[in-house]
Write a protein of this length. Sequence first.
Lengths: 114, 110
Amino acid sequence: KAGVTQTPRYLIKTRGQQVTLSCSPISGHRSVSWYQQTPGQGLQFLFEYFSETQRNKGNFPGRFSGRQFSNSRSEMNVSTLELGDSALYLCASSLEYRDANEQFFGPGTRLTVL
Amino acid sequence: SQELEQSPQSLIVQEGKNLTINCTSSKTLYGLYWYKQKYGEGLIFLMMLQKGGEEKSHEKITAKLDEKKQQSSLHITASQPSHAGIYLCGADPTGNQFYFGTGTSLTVIP
């Protein structure tokens, strides 16, 4: 079965722009979580979606938002990009809500903000 | 503040040597996960520990959970270049969100 896919893999944007990242979970998985990884802050939880509803949110400003579609695919959006948003964005899917035991990660989207 | 602190931050070892990575939680642990990440890529699940005193092994990697000390250790025996990468512990101590440790970068010199 296909793994978690993320598109695009690499992205370069300039400050002030907005960006949308996409995550397709493993078939049958209903939960998608997003994480931001930077050298300074490490890996930090952004939000988790289950059945098209945001269930948990990390400590990120409102510029970071997301959604989940009926087919469980998820997108995250960052508006008014700042230099500090440059990071590797990882999504993970699991069968059920908060099922960390079966959390599979995608390869990530590397975002560079210039 | 970091919920999960890992030590050491980085390790450089000669191939064949044993090594240990520690993960300490500021909160009570009800379960702890270990992941490996190759640089710039996604995470690979290694193992999960649920009970105090639990020990699991996979190939040359062994992990233990000490609930009283709120700590877990990951031990690699006879390290190989394929073990190189970033090791991350993870847990959900608050019940609200999943936290990752600060990470340990491992380099294995052939």
